[in-house]
Design a protein around this ligand. Structure first.
Ligand SMILES: Cc1cc2nc3c(=O)[nH]c(=O)nc-3n(C[C@H](O)[C@H](O)[C@H](O)COP(=O)(O)O)c2cc1C
Length: 440
């Protein structure tokens, strides 16, 4: 049966989007082992990376945020008691540890274009790319929370669209810094006694509206030239930003039709910027629930849904922290009014579209492709294959509740089934993350 799939279908890419990143995973959940107690140690992340590499994933994306939320009920209590988004370590120190423990996997930390100084970021990512021999990317976020802005000295956050204008300039600047050294500037020639050829290193004299930097960078060009650029903003401004600069866009959408429309739109936007549409991959968040049988998986999904319905406030508090809206002040059963935010606009729009009342929205809340991918590995592989056929590419970013068991379900159960059908890679062809990403 499986062999019939081998010929026609184009291969697609796999990544893992690790929400809550270097934070607490599995607090008070079964199958979290000692992880909740050991949350500040890197072991779970390093093991995750090893499993992803075993399954030939393209990359691991490490989410990040820069604040303790207090959006639900105007207090930090709800979040702190449940370890929702805090405590959370800085994910960047994980990058060299993961690089050391793997050989092929791409590693994508998240950084804020609103609060990171561009020179420091360009140097940091260049250093990591050099250390990992070309396996690093960077997820650019504008940071959306008012509390994050206040942690960096602002009274209120910059306006949504202005943040994207800054992000645009930020990426222009770091890209120029990465090419302030030619790829062959380091000659390390013992005969002539010359380490760096000075003719191949130059100032960039960047003077923008928001940032200026003289350059050059004080480390060499990253091995990939330009580490892989990633972003996930779904508003029109976010998509425009992606179309101009990005190698990867991550989108969290619930249906195949939405995914297809999103990818078609992105490809048009990329082409309108004078770029080849294939130079920007769109990866869709997927959260399968797997079991040895369809019934076992359906049972698991039903229990998860029951938990959701019993505690709508958890979904609402999470959404509050992404949109700066205090949903505790709303009547759960009243018809929803239009809401606006200076936070994550695309996310709010998708969230509210999931029901007529907040209770319905919370019960139906999904982050990505979830309801259709419940079942045995064969059933889920079927759905993923068909989805990619209809959407046209380019792949998926897994995002389930992190535990060793869940990771094994995906990397040792589902992915081998996809590999058997010839849908995903079984070996890495290239040394660099970028080259593997654009190999098909
Ligand atoms: C899959 C996905 C992953 C994201 N990861 C992060 C993250 O790690 N940190 C962050 O601050 N925002 C993250 N975001 C938010 C986006 O980067 C973006 O800031 C947000 O969607 C607001 O942009 P928009 O108004 O264009 O939708 C993520 C969004 C999505 C859909």
């Amino acid at each position: 049966m499986a062999e019939r799939h081998n010929l026609a279908v184009r291969q697609f890419h796999l990544g893992w989007f690790l929400g809550n990143s270097f934070g607490v995973h599995g607090w008070n959940q079964p199958w979290s082992g000692v992880d909740a107690r050991e949350w500040a140690q890197p072991d779970l992340h390093i093991e995750l990376a090893g499993a992803l590499e075993r399954a030939c994933f393209d990359c691991l994306l490490l989410e990040d945020s820069l604040f303790v939320p207090d959006n639900y009920g105007g207090s930090m209590d709800f979040y702190l008691e449940r370890a929702l988004r805090a405590p959370k370590n800085d994910p960047l120190p994980l990058v060299p540890l993961i690089a050391q423990a793997t050989k092929h996997l791409g590693i994508v930390p998240t950084i804020s274009t609103s609060f990171y100084p561009p020179y420091l970021l360009a140097r940091l990512i260049a250093t990591l790319d050099l250390m990992s021999k070309g396996r690093v990317g960077c997820n650019f976020v504008t940071s959306t929370a008012e509390r994050a802005a206040q942690n960096f000295g602002l009274d209120a956050h910059l306006e949504h669209d202005l943040r994207y204008e800054m992000a645009d300039e930020f990426v222009d600047l770091v890209t120029k810094l990465w090419s302030s050294w030619d790829a062959d500037a380091v000659v390390a020639d013992r005969e002539t006694g010359i380490f760096v050829d000075p003719a191949k290193v130059r100032a960039i004299d960047f003077k923008g509206r928001f940032f200026s930097s003289r350059g050059p960078l004080n480390t060499a060009q990253p091995p990939q030239g330009r580490p892989v650029l990633v972003q996930a903003g779904g508003s029109p401004q976010g998509k425009a930003f992606a179309a101009r600069h990005m190698d990867v866009v991550v989108a969290a959408l619930g249906t195949v039709a939405e995914m297809k429309a999103f990818r078609d739109d992105m490809r048009k936007r990329v082409a309108a910027e004078g770029r080849d549409p294939d130079s920007c991959k769109v990866l869709f968040v997927v959260s399968p629930t797997l079991g040895e049988t369809n019934e076992e998986a359906e049972d698991r999904a039903a229990r998860r849904q029951a938990q959701r319905e019993a505690a709508p406030e958890v979904s609402l508090a999470m959404m509050g922290s992404l949109t700066d809206i205090d949903f505790s002040t709303f009547d759960l059963d009243a018809p929803l009014a239009e809401l606006t935010t200076n936070g994550q606009q695309g996310t709010l729009k998708r969230f509210l579209a999931q029901g007529r009342t907040l209770r319905e929205v919370a019960a139906n809340y999904r982050f990505g492709f979830e309801d259709a991918v419940v079942g045995s590995v064969e059933r889920v592989a079927d759905v993923m294959e068909e989805a990619m056929e209809q959407v046209g590419g380019d792949g998926f970013m897994f995002n389930g509740p992190l535990s060793r068991r869940y990771v094994a379900d995906v990397t040792d159960g589902l992915v081998p089934a996809l590999q058997k059908r010839g849908l995903v890679r079984t070996a890495y062809a290239h040394a660099h993350f970028r080259d593997n990403l654009f190999a098909f």
